[in-house]
Design a protein around this ligand. Sequence first.
Ligand code: NAI
Length: 460
Amino acid sequence: MSAEAAGDYDVVILGGGSGGYACALRSAQLGLKVALVEKSKLGGTCLHRGCIPTKALLHAAEVADVAREGSRFGVRTTFESVDMAAVHSYKDGVVSRLHKGLQGLVKSAQVDYVEGTGALDGPHTVVVGERRLTGKNVVLATGSYAKSLPGLEIDGRIMTSDQALTLDHVPARVVVLGGGVIGVEFASVFNSFGAEVTIVEALPHLVPAEEEVISKQLERSFRKRKIAFKTGARFAGATQADDVVTVSLESGETLTADLLLVAVGRGPVTEGLGYEAAGITVDRGFVPTNERLQTNVPGVYAVGDIVPGLQLAHRGFAQGIFVAEEIAGLSPAPIKETGIPRVTYCDPEVASVGLTEAQARESFGDEVETYEYNLGGNGKSQILGTQGFIKLVRRKDGPVVGVHMIGARVGEQIGEAQLIVNWEAHPDEVAGLVHAHPTQNEALGEAHLALAGKPLHAHA
Ligand code: NAI
């Protein structure tokens, strides 16, 4: 009898995205017998339709801007045009190299990789076509999809990031519905590629989940880049004809464009997969878990975008690893959601970890101090010609609980920021560490020097 028929897997994982494959690789490292079921491509949204291809587009966008702006630095360059076919071949090359590498990793880890659409048949069995994979433990990792709004059909000129990623031309005019992470990243790309962009956001600010001063700085930068946006604007409807899409707002205003990008959030993929029939609680499509990522059914775990909270690939990786270690009996420490770093890769970049000032005040009342360090005092940021700042939030006489940054390339500084917050460092401890000059990273050091009461290139 084959292993599958005997049903003797330690772990059966449904979904091969960031959460699922991380769980498979870590489980295999720990000597567990693993099956990983994936209906489309190993790597999931992050690798094929999310993080990786979009960041490749953002890099191409940066190259276009550099070509346009050479004269700012005394170099005569001209921007000619964007060849979308060539952009896609660069982007697809990146994705395909990573995809091959990942396939190799899963193969050499001796994970049983099963291609096909799986569904639960009872809490411990995943059915894929004719095969029944039974595990002592089952991990649900089926990810998310790009949502739309009621009555707004994704078709033709009305698209989500899935279709926008494969556009064969640069549209002349784009309306982006939703000024969250996907909205501002695509707005940034389209603008750099030469399109006229308008963002429509229902809440009062772009990237509304971020610290308000960061949102305001992003808005200033977008204004400078001539990216239009309407905040506090409610979408009423959209219609399309052969050559135009017309977007109407509740205010009565209409916007016409070649393309409407819908970026109003991502929903969990949990329907029709037998979760509820297997007794698993599903709440508004999401699978709630406890802090050990267990669902209400013993031996069934959930990881990644189907678990309420931040929908980020690195959260999925961490949760997948956590569940593998939990199953192997290593009792890992629970993952703190507020310690997960967040980076938005528009230009300028936004990066944050920990609590906003408002969240800190909710927890600690008046016992909160903040400091804003302007990148105007940072040599490397001046060399790059970027504007922005770092805002620190600390408990009075206590550790730093939040770091919020905006400026070109600040995403690369999130590593130190997350160590500071997660290791609960005090400003004077960070101030005591020497930061290399001239780097943008130095701005983090200087912000902590200032918060520790000994500013160098800044006012107290
Ligand atoms: P989001 O939740 O970040 O933003 C959606 C935005 O649409 C919100 O600001 C919301 O107020 C707005 N909105 C919703 N309904 C609206 C309406 N009727 N009219 C106008 N505005 C409306 O979701 P998004 O940007 O689609 O991203 C989905 C997920 O993917 C997020 O959780 C995000 O964190 C993740 N992601 C992360 C990236 C990164 O880490 N760099 C990149 C891309 C996505």
